[in-house]
Design a protein around this ligand. Structure first.
Ligand SMILES: NC(=O)c1ccc[n+]([C@@H]2O[C@H](COP(=O)([O-])OP(=O)(O)OC[C@H]3O[C@@H](n4cnc5c(N)ncnc54)[C@H](OP(=O)(O)O)[C@@H]3O)[C@@H](O)[C@H]2O)c1
Length: 338
């Protein structure tokens, strides 16, 4: 029986669908290859371009006496950087510095410095005075890490119960401080370098909470600020030849077990120490790909993709259940320890 010729329109539609299908498969394969190479092929000498030939390069890390900040400081020291630990409690800072020196006995003790400053209350003048004490050091990395939910207890509450002081505390600690500190340090970070191989880096910690969470409305909102701040800065710095050697990358963690996040944490969440290593090993990969944001832990990257494609109903249910479990764990703890 002779074959029926397919009408032209039908052929064209089938061709277009096949083309779209092939495109989707290619995008999927490309994204999967990027994901795997980013997380599992990391440089043997991370952050080399942020070092200096003739002097020690330092990283200023905010909120570095514990948690992720401490983990990043530990990993940076291991990679040959000096670290300046910024925190609000001088005793805790000193104890963190002693621990780091003990962990890195082969490095000079002077490579670990401390800078007491309260991110919630520091005035611009206090910040300027504190930074002036660092002027002999060559700072090439700023890690905007300090953040949390510094409200009166219980820590998980509806927004209607926030006092003006609660609102300001979250904004000051998570957003205002990093914006002011970055502005103050940008002239240092963008100082001319010996050549195009020497660069500076700003890493800003956001959170998966940037999508907006119940009972943590202010926290999530400031984490969205961190994200837009770091990305906007990256694009702005790139426009001017005088600052184009300063990279800015946002790190967006999911759950990390830390001093501040130690209740209701899902099993399998990385420790702050491990996460600090992940950040230091992977930032180069994000910069070289031109990414403005990175997920330092592979599972957080998967969660972000799922959150991006989930319908609103499923997303709301998922985050509400997750935060409700944390709320119960934390508020129950505070209730008992009042
Ligand atoms: N852990 C997570 O699951 C997670 C998830 C997403 C995003 N993040 C983000 O990652 C960053 C670090 O989180 P983390 O869990 O490591 O925090 P953390 O364990 O609570 O540690 C916070 C650090 O900041 C210091 N700090 C607290 N208040 C301060 C203030 N007013 N001024 C200066 N320093 C202060 C703390 O010092 P003291 O010990 O002296 O109080 C500590 O060294 C934050 O920006 C957070 O939003 C964390």
């Amino acid at each position: 029986m002779p074959k029926m010729a397919m009408p032209n329109a039908e052929t064209a539609i089938l061709g277009a669908l096949a083309g779209i299908g092939a495109g989707v498969v290619l995008v999927f394969l490309y994204s999967t290859a990027q994901f795997l190479s980013f997380h599992f092929i990391t440089p043997s000498q991370p952050l080399k371009k942020y070092k200096r030939a003739n002097t020690d390069a330092y990283a200023l890390i905010t909120g570095a006496s514990a948690g992720i900040g401490f983990g990043i400081a530990n990993a940076l020291l291991d990679q040959g950087f000096g670290v300046i630990l910024l925190g609000h409690l001088p005793d805790e800072l000193e104890s963190a510095a002693l621990t780091l020196r003990a962990l890195h006995l082969s490095r000079p003790a002077t490579l670990v410095r401390t800078l007491p400053l309260d991110a919630r209350t520091a005035t611009p003048e206090e910040m300027q005075t504190a930074l002036a004490t660092l002027s002999p050091l060559t700072i090439t990395i700023l890690i905007n890490n300090v953040g949390g939910n510094p409200i009166a207890i219980p820590p998980f509450r509806t927004h209607a119960t926030y006092t003006p002081a609660d609102v300001d505390a979250v904004i000051n600690q998570n957003a205002r401080f990093m914006a002011r500190l970055t502005a103050l340090l940008l002239p240092t970070l963008s100082a001319p370098t010996a050549g195009s191989h020497e660069r500076s880096l700003i890493v800003s910690l956001s959170s998966a909470a940037h999508i907006g969470l119940p009972w943590l409305v202010m926290y999530g909102a400031t984490k969205a600020f961190n994200r837009a701040f770091g990305a906007g800065l990256a694009r702005e710095l790139a426009t001017d030849p005088a600052t184009a050697h300063v990279d800015s990358v946002v790190v967006t963690p999911g759950e990390v077990r830390s001093q501040g996040n130690c209740r209701g944490v899902p099993r399998g969440a990385p420790s702050a120490e491990r996460f600090g290593w992940d950040v230091v090993r992977k930032v180069d990969g994000a910069v070289s790909r031109g990414w403005r944001e990175m997920h330092a832990h592979w599972w957080h990257g998967v969660e972000a993709v799922l959150a991006g494609i989930a319908p609103e109903g499923a997303l709301t249910q998922g985050v509400t259940e997750q935060v409700a479990a944390k709320k119960e764990a934390w508020n129950g703890f505070w209730e008992k320890n009042r």
